[in-house]
Design a protein around this ligand. Structure first.
Ligand code: AMP
Ligand code: MG
Length: 350
């Protein structure tokens, strides 16, 4: 399939003309990539099975990996979900619009292809005026997974989307860089005690303050055999660049010395190594291909730069990426660690 991919421009304050054009594409069953606060999404009318099927084809996404449906208001949920528990409304009140996805029982109008055949639906209201404007202008809830080829790191700007999907989708709305850089927190609200299926900027602590105890329903270690897959998407290798990834976790100085040791031991020039570092480590290490992602004490900075850092190292053609895991695992740091662990073939603890 080759389509000419239209590039539309918008800002959160000025988006009328672009959204009019994009909404028309959505209404006729087309695919439009758009910015959200987390990552760029690849949107289609969530209630049009054929349009949603085209998302799976454009991304090369496995059919059993369900999509998040984006809404522009809490009211819009009632046509898509039923038996919505009080705790779900409490989370909507606190965190919407924002990077929190709720799994709820679905209604009949949501097609099977959107939910990967499940009887639940994932709903989220994004905190981005372009995304909200597109949902309103099209008059449709938008099914939108991340706008990358399946298996690649999620896109955090329009250039990443074009790299992966040019010629495969109808349009991309370039609305600049995202604010968070990691995908939303996913919480399954259907059991009596809700379960976090994917960590994100909204942390377990944030959620427990509002609704009390939750359980962790995702596996952070790499033991795929022993993991019960609750969120189908989490079983696939995600966020992975072409190069092999090794994560080095531990206290800052120990991580730096292990990275230096690994650089010293590598059969030079046969294996090209790229380094993704904290700002602090970046000042201590000199190497050809290295990139600072942010301060080890501000994991939000690392979240924002991680996926583009992985893509940058692929563009440099390195064979192995060493990732400095000495950043704080508090708050969004837990989600950053989860994403790097999913991309990593090897995890070294020092
Ligand atoms: P992405 O849109 O690429 O961020 O992926 C969406 C994530 O939400 C994947 O990890 C899905 O498995 C998860 N998800 C979507 N719908 C459901 C659902 N009904 N039940 C459980 N997980 C879901
Ligand atoms: Mg994705």
């Amino acid at each position: 399939m080759t389509t000419k991919t239209l590039i539309l421009h918008a800002t959160e304050n000025d988006h009328r003309t672009s959204l009019k054009e994009a909404a028309a594409i959505i209404r006729r069953g087309g695919l439009v990539a758009f910015p959200t606060e987390t990552v760029y999404g690849l949107g289609a009318d969530a209630l049009n099975a054929k349009a949603v099927q085209a998302i799976f084809e454009a991304k090369g996404r496995p059919a059993d990996n369900p999509l998040i449906v984006h809404v522009a208001s809490k009211q819009q949920c009632s046509e898509l979900a039923r038996n919505i528990p009080e705790k779900a409304f409490a989370l909507m009140d606190e965190f919407w619009s924002g990077p929190l996805t709720l799994i709820l029982d679905r209604t009949e109008i949501v097609p099977d292809v959107t939910t990967g055949g499940l009887d639940t639906v994932a709903l989220r209201m994004p905190d981005n005026e372009i995304a909200l404007g597109l949902i309103r202008a099209s008059g449709k809830p938008l099914a939108a997974p991340s706008a990358n080829l399946s298996g690649k790191p999620s896109p955090t700007n329009a250039r990443h989307v074009i790299e992966d999907l040019s010629g495969r989708i109808d349009a991309v709305i370039d609305g600049g860089s995202v604010k968070v850089g990691l995908e939303s927190t996913v919480v399954d609200m259907t059991p009596a005690v809700p379960a976090i299926l994917r960590p994100g900027e909204i942390s377990r602590e944030d959620i427990e303050k509002v609704i009390g105890a939750v359980i962790i329903g995702y596996e952070d270690k790499i033991h795929p055999e022993s993991t019960v897959v609750r969120s189908p998407g989490m079983k696939y290798t995600h966020y992975a660049p072409d190069a092999a990834v090794t994560l080095i976790e531990g206290e800052h100085e120990m991580v730096i010395s292990r990275i230096q040791e690994l650089l010293g031991n590598s059969p030079s020039r046969q294996v090209r190594i790229g380094l993704l570092l904290t700002d602090e480590s970046n000042k201590m290490i000199r190497h050809a291909d290295q990139l600072a992602l942010g301060s080890k004490d501000r994991p939000g900075e690392i979240a924002l730069n991680l996926f583009s850092g992985l893509r940058y190292m692929d563009s440099k053609g390195v064979d192995l990426i060493l990732v400095d895991g000495s950043f704080s695992h508090l708050g969004i740091g837990a989600a950053v660690s989860n994403r790097i662990r999913k991309a990593a073939g090897t995890i070294i603890k020092v």
